[in-house]
Structure formats: structure tokens, C-alpha cells
Design a binder for this molecule. Structure first.
Ligand code: C2O
Ligand code: CU
Length: 498
């Protein structure tokens, strides 16, 4: 845990001692301590305490501040279920967290501790990665690099304090193509109490399924596609449904959180029927709002839209993907009641997340090239490869999640500034994801870019881009393409921050 995070936890704990954390906190004390990467600090202190009150407060005062901050863990148990994606019948061998349906949307609060227990109920080892959340390295969910994978019947306790508000997501980092492809992708909302007020909110988890005519899974990938854009699913869903509809007050402001959790598909978003503005990308507010007019986002990326609903009751706003030859309506919003007559321009800005500002003057540059490769790498581990290598970072193909990591791409000094000069030497697009730290998009060779803060950048064919960040989170951090077939056939590496 960084000292920064730790200070934040302790501060939160102190606040919680005054505020109100329920009795539930107590039950979690031992679990939290077990999962904590650094020893629990028990510092004697002279304090004020309340012993004569009733209910929650009384229970709380007996706990130290630290313990009071430890929340009840959310139990995320992997399970094999059936679900219906096609009229013809149920699909077997669907994977989820929980007992039925889509993995739950997890709600966390910025700056408040969160805990989850992963219980593995499927016959395949697994882990959870908290995509985009700047967690301590030990909580990052990458097998071998930071934690052992979790065998069938075993569990692992995750505990961290999300420093940033926004839309994030979670997924396994072991046998990733299969496990994500079969359903293990869930959305995370980190709330900020200071957010501007919306009249409605909806969350959309976008993904496909590779099913045959009988509604059963077919082979998750074809090597010839893995060597190009990746293998697409055959059935497209939002929240595991075909075109879900959400109600929102007419004339009101709707917050639509969208996460692309698919293993392959790149989207080009457009909103029709109402005024819409992109207010955040990849968990961070955009410096300047803009209309989503064919906005390209890849696997792993998220966007938040503010949508001004039409005034007329029953009017429909649609979110569509216009990429490729078959445009698709992903979800719709329906105006209800009489108009609230709100104005998009009245919406206050979202608060910036506490991501340190990169100092370009002192920044060291790290050159990074994405290329195709013919070189073959011996597989194999349980979480490991697909048996092919088609891609490489700085000429080294590595599938990640293996017990024999290659050398890190670079060793970074804790607290120092860096710029990744990344070059895409291939004719395909690659959504490149960095674990553990958020970067600022500085420049691109092919387009005007806003200086957005992000964890995933969609590299266009032959694009060169500069991503700046402060190496403020110690540990080994993966950097990989989020088209999972690319990731698992070589386009994976990692940086070390010490
Ligand atoms: Cu969303 Cu390494 O992953
Ligand atoms: Cu890729």
C-alpha cells in the first residue's frame, strides 16, 4: 500500500469514527486485517468516546478508528449458470458472480474502504482485476505477478479504498478469454457525494456472446481472427438483454454510464432523439464536454453521458453503435411524466479525481512499440496462453498471467514522471490498458486529443501517442491490449515501479 493510500485510509477511519459506520464493520475486522498488505497500525491515543448512546454509535465507539472503517465484504462467488440470450432457448455454461443473471453492479464511494471476498465456485482458477481503479499492487488481481490464483473452492479477500470517482469495471485475469467471454464482466460505480444532481441514472454493460444457432457457446476464438481484429461475438447485449429500455423524467437530465466489457468489439457511439454530452471517459471527467458523434471506444473503456431527455412523454432517446456495416441500437431511454425543463448547460462540472499532474519538464520517456510477430513462445500455464503468439510489445511476445514473466518493460522510480511514447506498427486498433496508475493523453500523431485522464487508450492503426503519468504506485503493473485475443497472444507487458 502506498503511504498516500494508507494515509487516506487512516483519515477515512478517523472520520468514520465521528460519522456512522454500522455494526457490520465489526464482523469484518479480522478479514480486513488478513487482506491488508501492510500491518494494521494500532496506535494508543487519548480520545473522546461515547458510551451512553444507543444503537450503532455505541457499537462503533468500541472499535478503533481503523476497524470502524472496514466494511462488510461483498461476496463475489463465481458460478456456472444458464441464461437466455436467444429466443430459441437457454444458453448453458454461462459464468457470473452470484446466482443468476449479470454480475452485480458494484457501488463504492470515493475515498471509502471497500472489501470483497472472491469465492471460486467454478472448476477453473480465477482472480479479480478492478479495471481502472488505482489499487495497491497486491489487490490488482494479476496471477503470479501479484497474487496466487484462486482455486476451485478457495477464496481471496480484496480490500482497497478507491481514490477516484467514476465508472469502472471488474473481471478475472486468469483464463481471461474463456471466463470473460462466458460472462464474468461487471460494472463498478464509484460515487462522489459532490457530484452534480441528475434526475435519473442508468448503467449499461455492453458485451457480446459467441453463440451458435442452438444458443450454445461456440469456440471462443479463431486463430486467423486473433491475428487480426479479434473474433467477434454473434449475439450483442446490453445488461445481458437485447436493447433494454430505461425510464427517465421528461425534460430531465439523465446520467448514462456505459462500459464496454466485451472481449473484442470496438464501438462508435451515437445518441439520437435527445441532446447528449460526454462528461467522463474511463472514470475521469473530460476537460471539455462534447457530443458523442461516432465516438470510438474499445474494450475496457467507459463513457458517461449526460442526456437531456425530450420534453414529451413517451419520446425515445437511443444509444447506438454505428461502427461497421450493421448499425445497432444498444439501449433506449423513454421520457416519462411532464417536463422538468432542465438544461444541459446548467449541469455543474464533475470534480476532477486526485490524479497527480505529470511534470513534462522532468519526465523520462519510455519508447513502446506494438507489432505483429511470428515468433513463437512456449506456453503454458493454467491462466496462460491461447497457444499462439501473433503480437508483441517492444518485440517481445508475452501472454501474461504466467509463472515465468519476462523482464519488465522498464523500471520506474517511485514518484518520478514518465511519458510513454507508444507507437502502433500494425494495421489494427489496440485499446492499450495500464494497470495501477492513470495517465494523461498528451498528444497523438493522427488526431486532436483532449488531455483526458485515462487507463485505456484506443490506439489507431499506425498512430503514435504520448501518455504522461507520475509513477506513484509501487509494484509490477501490466500494460496490455484489451482485445483479449491480442493480450493472450502476446500483446502484454508490464512496468515495475520501485
Ligand atoms: Cu481490464 Cu489487465 O485488465
Ligand atoms: Cu490489440
Amino acid at each position: 500500500m502506498t503511504s498516500l493510500t494508507r494515509r487516506r485510509v487512516l483519515k477515512t477511519a478517523a472520520l468514520a469514527g465521528v460519522g456512522g459506520v454500522g455494526l457490520a464493520a465489526m464482523a469484518r475486522l479480522s478479514g480486513w486485517a488478513a487482506a491488508a498488505p501492510e500491518p494494521v497500525v494500532l496506535k494508543t491515543a487519548k480520545i473522546q468516546a461515547r458510551f451512553m448512546d444507543i444503537g450503532q454509535t455505541r457499537a462503533m465507539a468500541r472499535l478503533s478508528g481503523w476497524a470502524a472503517a472496514a466494511p462488510e465484504p461483498v461476496v463475489l462467488k463465481t458460478a456456472k449458470i444458464q441464461a437466455r440470450f436467444m429466443d430459441i432457448g437457454q444458453t448453458r455454461d454461462v459464468l457470473t458472480y452470484g446466482e443468476a443473471g449479470m454480475p452485480p453492479v458494484l457501488r463504492m464511494k470515493k475515498g471509502e474502504p471497500f472489501a470483497a471476498r472472491l469465492v471460486n465456485g467454478i472448476d477453473d482458477p480465477t482472480t479479480i482485476h478492478w479495471h481502472g481503479i488505482r489499487v495497491p499492487n497486491k489487490m490488482d488481481g494479476v496471477p503470479f505477478l501479484v497474487q496466487p490464483y484462486v482455486y476451485t473452492g478457495d477464496h481471496f479477500d480484496y480490500a482497497f479504498t478507491p481514490p477516484d470517482a467514476g465508472t469502472f469495471w471488474y473481471h478475472p485475469h486468469c483464463n481471461t478469454l474463456e471466463q470473460m467471454g462466458h460472462g464474468l464482466t461487471g460494472v463498478i460505480v464509484v460515487e462522489n457525494p459532490n457530484d452534480p444532481k441528475f434526475d435519473a441514472e442508468a448503467i449499461v454493460n455492453l458485451r457480446d456472446w459467441r453463440l451458435g444457432d442452438d444458443a450454445q457457446f461456440i469456440q471462443q476464438f479463431r486463430p486467423r481472427d486473433a491475428a487480426k481484429t479479434g473474433t467477434y461475438g454473434t449475439v450483442r447485449t446490453a445488461n445481458w438483454l437485447d436493447q433494454p429500455q430505461f425510464d427517465a423524467p421528461a425534460g430531465g437530465l439523465m446520467r448514462l454510464r456505459v462500459a464496454i466489457t466485451d472481449v473484442t468489439r470496438i464501438y462508435a457511439f451515437r445518441v439520437e432523439g435527445g441532446e447528449a454530452a460526454v462528461i467522463a471517459l474511463d472514470g475521469n471527467p473530460v476537460p471539455q464536454r462534447f457530443a458523442p458523434d461516432a465516438l470510438l471506444l474499445g474494450p475496457g473503456q467507459r463513457m458517461e453521458l449526460a442526456i437531456r431527455m425530450p420534453d414529451q412523454e413517451g419520446a425515445i432517446v437511443s444509444l447506438g453503435d454505428i461502427r461497421g456495416t450493421k448499425p445497432k441500437v444498444l439501449a433506449t431511454l423513454r421520457a416519462t411524466g411532464s417536463s422538468l425543463k432542465r438544461d444541459l448547460r446548467d449541469l455543474a462540472p464533475l470534480e476532477a479525481n486526485p490524479v497527480p499532474e505529470v511534470d513534462l519538464a522532468s519526465a523520462k520517456h519510455i519508447a513502446l512499440s506494438l507489432s505483429a510477430t511470428a515468433e513463437n513462445v512456449p506456453s503454458d500455464s493454467i491462466c496462460g496462453t491461447l497457444g499462439y503468439s501473433f503480437w508483441a510489445i517492444n518485440k517481445v511476445p508475452w501472454p501474461g498471467d504466467t509463472p515465468d514473466p519476462t523482464a519488465p518493460l522498464a523500471e520506474l522510480k517511485l514518484g518520478k514522471n514518465y511519458v510513454i511514447d507508444m507507437e502502433n506498427l500494425t494495421p489494427q486498433a489496440h485499446p492499450m490498458h495500464l494497470h495501477g496508475m492513470s495517465f494523461k493523453v498528451l498528444s497523438s500523431s493522427t488526431r486532436q486529443v483532449q488531455p483526458v485522464i485515462s487507463d485505456t487508450y484506443l490506439m489507431q492503426p499506425n498512430e503514435k501517442v504520448q501518455l504522461g503519468f507520475v509513477a506513484d504506485n509501487p509494484g509490477d503493473w501490466l500494460l496490455h491490449c484489451h482485445i483479449i485475443e491480442h493480450q493472450k497472444t502476446g500483446m502484454t507487458s508490464y512496468i515495475r515501479v520501485v
